[in-house]
Ligand binder design. Structure first.
Ligand SMILES: Cc1ncc(COP(=O)(O)O)c(C=O)c1O
Length: 451
């Protein structure tokens, strides 16, 4: 197909995610022909550096040969089989790998087929556990401001980002929102690298008040990505873990965006040394090749469902593609790549390099914050550096920077006026230099136009 033919069909049939389709009149979708490493090659031959790992999923580069070969091998052997009453090597091998993520303390693995389905599974499991125990009161969930857990109805109900949630509120279930950490604008004037998570007092108060009716508390450990790469203190997680244990609430850690090395540890909960009762992983799990999620569960929760069939305690949740062998083979390949090299040290070194390079912007009067953890670095642009007041959202400053960077060869994506880097881990020094230079040029280009 020619580029024009692709675009014509795209315009005619395709409804793109997270998009106002009218804007495609001015900025049509960009047809991509192939990917290699950090690069996406357009149909017209130009290339663009994927600084956001294609929605945070790619970790070892596009079309990484090792993973591609394992999928191809698996496709020639067994592409799929119903996962109820049947099993296969890639799924059990992956189950063993996954149970190692929390030192064997979450040994039971339930597969879903994307991040949101993983969250639905975790929520249903926690609630069903209460039903199995005859505890009719605990049916609510708690979450914190800035939390994001996906777009399906359950996941949206426990998410807090208004722009995604607002329209659907009448169809969502009631959950309890706690004021969470907001470290750049900390009301206690503290810094997340050395505070004692004083802000947890607000959540603790709500937990104490409501715990009788709460089954689970869900949180993204260490970084609220969709909220603008908001990094917070591990102390917050430690205090939350302690409170959940004290009040009999399940702690669900959503490791979907931050797991698999993204924060410089295999799972972000490790920064706080905590183990949740349930954890959801997805995205980097298959290296960005195929949709798959997994919910990792404590033995005690698993055993709560384990009974004779007539007891009605079984977790009768399923997806057609549960435990898909191709996705499981890709995920096993990802674990093998982590075993082969010291990937985590590499992530931390490269992340520090990116932060150092972008920090030349720190004295600019509109750069409010530059924050970083592992392979996530974010720059928050503000109207007033002293008051931290943001620009009017209608100015769409971040969006203009995204567009400008794209013209210069880097796929950046903004979250409001937060510009962030979340590239595949295999990015090399020249590529990091290019990525950061384009970002700096695009940021200054837009900021210099402000009068
Ligand atoms: C923390 C977190 N949880 C859940 C999800 C939902 O995953 P998916 O988009 O695969 O449904 C996302 C997606 O960005 C996420 O960042």
């Amino acid at each position: 197909m020619t580029e024009k033919e692709i675009l014509d069909l795209d315009r005619k049939h395709i409804w793109h995610p997270c998009s106002q389709m009218k804007e495609y009149e001015e900025f049509p979708a960009i047809p991509i022909k192939r990917g290699e490493g950090v690069w996406l090659y357009k149909e017209n031959g130009d290339k663009i550096l994927d600084a956001v790992s294609s929605w945070w999923v790619n970790i070892f580069g596009h079309s990484a040969e090792y993973i591609a070969n394992k999928i191809a091998e698996q496709a020639r052997t067994l592409e799929h089989v119903i996962f109820a009453n049947y099993t296969h090597e890639p799924a059990v091998k992956l189950g063993a790998y996954l149970s190692g993520l929390f030192d064997g303390k979450l040994p039971r693995i339930f597969y879903g087929d994307n991040g949101s389905s993983g969250i639905e599974i975790a929520l249903k499991m926690s609630y069903h556990y209460r039903v199995n125990n005859g505890d009719k009161k605990r049916k609510k969930f708690m979450y914190i401001t800035g939390g994001y857990h996906g777009e399906t109805v359950g996941a949206l109900s426990v998410g807090s980002i208004e722009i995604f949630k607002e329209v659907y509120k009448p169809m969502l279930f009631n959950a309890i929102e706690c004021r969470g950490p907001d470290c750049y604008r900390c009301p206690f004037g503290k810094n997340y690298t050395n505070c004692d998570a004083e802000c947890f007092a607000l959540a603790e108060k709500l937990i104490k008040k409501n715990y009788i009716s709460v089954t689970a508390f869900i949180i993204e450990p260490m970084v609220q990505c969709a909220a603008g790469m908001k990094i917070y203190s591990p102390r917050y997680l430690q205090k939350l873990r302690a409170a959940c244990s004290e009040y009999g609430i399940h702690l669900i850690c959503d490791e979907i965006a931050v797991g698999f090395g993204r924060t410089g540890k295999m799972v972000a909960s490790q920064h706080a040394g905590i183990v949740p009762d349930l954890a959801a992983v997805s995205k980097g799990l298959t290296g960005g090749f195929l949709p798959l999620s997994a919910v990792l569960v404590k033995e005690e929760i698993y055993m709560n469902f384990y009974d004779s069939y007539p007891s009605n305690k079984a977790f009768l949740h399923s997806h057609s593609y549960s435990g898909n062998p191709l996705a499981c083979a890709a995920a096993c390949a990802v674990f093998e790549l982590f075993e082969k090299d010291d990937v985590l040290s590499m992530i931390n070194e490269k992340g520090a390099y990116i932060k150092e390079k972008i920090s030349v912007l720190k004295d600019n009067k509109y750069i409010g914050d530059i924050r970083s953890i592992g392979m996530i670095t974010a720059v928050e642009i503000v109207k007033d550096k002293i008051t931290k007041e943001p620009f009017e959202s209608s100015m769409r400053i971040g969006r203009a920077i995204y567009r400008e960077a794209e013209k210069k060869g880097v796929l950046l994506r903004n979250i409001g006026d937060v510009i962030y880097f979340m590239p595949p881990y295999i990015i090399n020094r020249d590529e990091m230099d290019f990525m950061v230079k384009v970002a700096i040029d695009a940021i200054l280009d837009r900021l210099n136009k402000i009068i």
